[in-house]
Design a protein around this ligand. Structure first.
Ligand SMILES: Cc1cc2nc3c(=O)[nH]c(=O)nc-3n(C[C@H](O)[C@H](O)[C@H](O)COP(=O)(O)O)c2cc1C
Length: 187
């Protein structure tokens, strides 16, 4: 088995994170890995925003601004504090463009593949990572505040930093539960 497979078999998302965040050098490497995602017609249909320090507070204000007028204080405060769960939040943005052979859905899938490569590269560099979305990812207030353009969407927020407390193991499904041969076993 290759070391890549071994790494994948052992990886987990980690929600409990603390400083320090990945360095500039680590970011250079992991974003280069993200850019290796499969990409039909090489459209590069993705971009990323790195948010750290007080930028996380500004992101929290955007999240809080998505609350309806009758939301209770606890709910607003929870959203306001959400980005503080890690020292760095990376926003993955799908940025599709019109193409005669590559539908939008393929471009969004490519952006999601890039996000996944980014998550794996950060984990390979020793950092904890948690890919999150929630309603805020689909809210126009957040889109406008983060400067998303027409047709762009948020693939997710990658919360990353140093692992504070390791998560207990997640049960994984047996391969036979989600893989079948079609039209039948050939061997
Ligand atoms: C697009 C996407 C959005 C997600 N959003 C959330 C989220 O908002 N909150 C959450 O707890 N987990 C979310 N997850 C799941 C976690 O990132 C993680 O995959 C899950 O906790 C399982 O952990 P594992 O990666 O160790 O298997 C999301 C995953 C994906 C792919």
């Amino acid at each position: 088995m290759t070391s890549v497979s071994q790494f994948l078999l052992n990886r987990s998302s980690e929600p409990r994170l603390r400083a320090p965040a990945p360095s500039k050098e680590v970011l250079e490497t992991v974003f280069s890995c993200a850019a290796r995602a499969p990409d039909h017609a090489l459209l590069r249909p993705w971009r990323y925003l790195v948010i750290e320090g007080s930028g996380r507070e500004a992101l929290g204000e955007l999240f809080a601004a998505t609350c309806p007028a009758d939301a209770d204080d606890a709910a607003i405060e929870k959203l306001r504090r959400a980005p503080l769960r890690a020292p760095m939040v990376i926003v993955g943005i799908a940025s599709p463009s019109a193409h005669p052979k590559v539908p939008e859905v393929e471009q969004i899938m490519s952006a999601a593949a890039g996000m996944s490569f980014l998550e794996l590269a950060l984990q390979d560099a020793g950092f904890g990572v948690m890919w999150r979305t929630g309603a805020v990812a689909y809210n126009p207030v957040v889109h406008e505040g983060l400067g998303l353009g027409e047709g762009e969407s948020i693939v997710g927020f990658l919360y990353t930093g140093t692992i504070a407390v390791e998560k207990p193991p997640v049960p994984r499904p047996a391969v036979s539960e989600f893989v079948k041969h079609w039209p039948g076993e050939q061997r």
